[in-house]
Design a binder for this molecule. Structure first.
Ligand code: MG
Length: 279
């Protein structure tokens, strides 16, 4: 039997909506609609950022709450992951919505340069976010933008700041961070197996590396992330029409590697999340 692949859809991100990104869902209603379409296309996990009225990145717990409530109503089994990422948000706001108890939240376990800024994740902030995730029973997705972050995550599991088994995401193709080179992914996966043998992993490629990373992750036994947060083009010839279109592309690729898109129920099982969501 083929091995299930959890397809994550990163629907919005924090980069401002421009004229060339009309498909990026920005209002909560647009986000819910886009997520439901992506779910129908094969996604089982949604990674969420919200925006304020001027479409700037926001930490507004009310918006996160409205998204969670709206999605749960239509699709209670889908896994919801809130972003605690830094772009456009102060450090004190990055965990301000965790009390809403999403299934998961992202957690960068170190600092790295982004194209135009330092993505600052000092130890104190990482520990604070990890403690909040522990308190609210939220499974972190450890974001690995650079190699040291992998060992930092392993250390946190070892000393109990994070609950194991961990779930990590290897990120590639962001200017000033790791380039999309297959050897690096293979090395990271091999190291993961040494330092956290029971961990699960996924991979994300930014921009044109998105599809490449989808191929490699499927082949190497990982899970996949796609969506308009990371990449707005379908291919060289045109922009993506929707998050669902990018998800469908991964879902179709699965067979080539003896994989199939995980159902939300399977995804919950793989990640050790409760099968049913409390109302
Ligand atoms: Mg994000």
């Amino acid at each position: 039997m083929s091995e299930a692949c959890i397809i994550t859809v990163a629907i919005t991100g924090s980069v401002p909506r421009k004229k060339d990104t009309p498909a990026v869902p920005v209002t909560v209603a647009e986000q819910i609609e886009s997520t439901l379409e992506a779910y129908e296309a094969g996604a089982s996990l949604v990674h969420v950022h919200v925006r304020d009225e001027e479409e700037r990145p926001s930490s507004d717990p009310e918006k996160f709450g409205a998204f969670l409530e709206g999605l749960r109503k239509h699709c209670p089994e889908m896994i919801v992951q809130f972003s605690t990422g830094g772009r456009g948000r102060g450090a004190d706001q990055r965990g301000s919505m965790l009390h809403l108890k999403p299934d998961m939240a992202s957690l960068a376990t170190g600092s790295v340069n982004f194209p135009n800024m330092i993505y600052e994740n000092p130890p104190e902030l990482i520990d604070g976010l990890a403690a909040a995730m522990m308190k609210y029973d939220i499974k972190p997705e450890c974001e690995i933008f650079d190699l040291a972050m992998l060992y930092a995550a392993a250390e946190m599991v070892k000393d109990g700041r994070l609950k194991g088994p961990a779930h990590v995401q290897f990120v590639f193709g962001l200017k000033n961070a790791l380039p999309p080179r297959r050897e690096i992914l293979e090395f990271e996966v091999a190291q993961l197996k040494e330092v956290m043998p029971d961990a699960t992993w996924t991979a994300a490629g930014i921009g044109r590396s998105q599809l490449e990373l989808n191929h490699w992750a499927l082949e190497l036994g990982g899970h996949c992330r796609t969506g308009l947060e990371d990449n707005i083009r379908f291919d060289k010839s045109r922009l993506a029409r929707s998050n669902a279109e990018l998800v469908a592309r991964v879902a179709e690729l699965c067979e080539q590697y003896g994989r199939r898109p995980a159902t939300a129920r399977e995804a919950r099982q793989i990640l050790g999340l409760p099968a049913t969501v409390a109302a």
